[in-house]
Ligand binder design. Structure first.
Ligand code: GDD
Length: 372
């Protein structure tokens, strides 16, 4: 029987003979320097190089080091989940073997968990975070994956990060269906948590060996998003469901805004006698205002009585107004671009523009105007 530890550092590995010894040394010295009673759990998928042998040799030196070699259903996410199952502590931290994630940050993650946070995420996209030495293609892929993930978790700037820590209770009993690379999405979508925090870090591309990310991983990711979305619709009592509720209300408010807009345009042109372009500008402003009020009092209303935003309503309106105007410009741009350059029927172009701008408006407002 292994002793209980304060923290389990899970390192999924596959063919990492160049990095494995250095990462184990680095994690171990960080743990001991900071007096954290931690174990290191290596989860390997039958590496074909000398990785397993190196770890087994190091196990003679470090008694807090273990390796699990998996023989079926290989994959990064599956390995991490196996690590969760086999850990001997109530706090888990996941880190890559290739130094893309700085081991020096481990104590900060652990501190946050000790303070009571359920999930701590190393983020490349929050203020102070970044990425070093990534080719343009990888950056674009990553931005696409992050953007998709943020439809489900708008508050999390890096929901696909591979560097994170969590309390065991977050995933106890959760129906995780690990596939591909984005295990954090699974944890966020199906785990039970109330709080999270992001710690900025700079992702440094591996110096040794190569990424195992393939096209299949991308299709797996899309399947995973759909699976999490479906799960949230069935089980409801989770973060994604709360988000769906807000998206639904936001959409409803947007539709009501169309009615307000058309009604005002008619009223100002027919009854007040304004030139229709002027009426249209007034109508746009009125619908922006009515949308803002409905969203402020209904869509994003805080459940508890204390509205910490009350004093900032004017500021929020300003932000909503700016985002709406940029949205309008994007909509007209898409309409013009698709119709003139791709010959798409203008009503279809407009519809595509409306859908894109809906997501623009929602995500921007969720992250700026009503950052909860
Ligand atoms: N056990 C196991 N099985 N480990 C694996 C497998 C696998 O099939 N594939 C990769 N790993 C291990 C690697 O050995 C390394 O320790 C870690 O998982 C990351 O693998 P990379 O292939 O280097 O990942 P990456 O740099 O492309 O992706 C990283 O960044 C993504 C964000 O852009 C990872 O941290 C991802 O989790 C993260 O989503």
């Amino acid at each position: 029987m292994y002793p209980m530890y304060e923290l389990t550092v899970i390192i999924p590995i596959f063919n990492e003979e160049i990095n494995i010894a250095r990462i184990i040394e680095a994690v171990n010295s960080t743990l001991s320097l900071n007096k954290i009673r931690g174990e290191i759990l290596i989860v390997d998928d039958e590496s074909r190089d000398k990785t397993i042998k190196i770890v087994e040799e190091l196990m003679l030196k470090y008694n807090n080091l273990r390796i699990i070699v998996r023989h079926t259903d290989h994959g990064l996410s599956q390995s991490v989940v196996e690590g969760f199952r086999q850990a001997n502590s109530n706090t888990f931290l996941v880190i890559d073997a290739d130094f893309s994630h700085p081991p020096a940050l481990i104590p900060r993650f652990y501190e946050e968990i000790k303070k009571g946070t359920d999930i701590v995420i190393g983020s490349r996209y929050t203020l102070g975070g970044g990425i070093k030495q990534w080719p343009l293609k990888r950056r674009i892929l990553s931005l696409g994956a992050t953007g998709l993930g943020r439809i489900l978790f708008p508050e999390v700037t890096d929901p696909v990060s591979g560097f994170f820590a969590l309390k065991k209770k977050v995933i106890s009993g959760a129906q995780l269906h690990p596939r591909g690379y984005k295990i954090l999405m699974e944890v966020l979508g199906k785990g039970k948590w109330n709080s999270f925090i992001e710690i900025p870090f700079t992702f440094s591309d591996r110096q040794n060996g190569e990424s195992k990310l393939t096209f299949c991983i991308i299709t797996d990711y899309i399947k995973q998003i759909l699976n999490i979305a479906k799960y949230s619709l069935v089980f409801r009592n989770n973060h994604v469901w709360n988000e769906w509720e807000k998206i639904g209300k936001f959409c409803f408010v947007g539709l009501s805004g169309v009615l307000v807009n058309v009604g005002s345009l008619y009223l100002f042109t027919e009854y007040i006698g304004l030139y229709y372009i002027i009426s249209s500008l007034v109508a746009i402003e009125i619908s922006i205002l009515s949308n803002f009020l409905l969203n402020d009092y209904w869509t994003f209303k805080l459940k508890d009585k204390v509205d910490k935003y009350t004093q900032n309503r004017f500021k929020r309106f300003f932000s909503f107004q700016c985002i709406s105007i940029v949205g309008l410009i994007i909509n007209i741009g898409i309409l013009y671009f698709l119709t003139n350059f791709f010959g798409i029927y203008y009503l279809v172009s407009n519809l595509i523009g409306i859908v894109i701008v809906f997501f623009w408006n929602y995500l921007m407002n969720r992250q700026v105007t009503w950052k909860l």
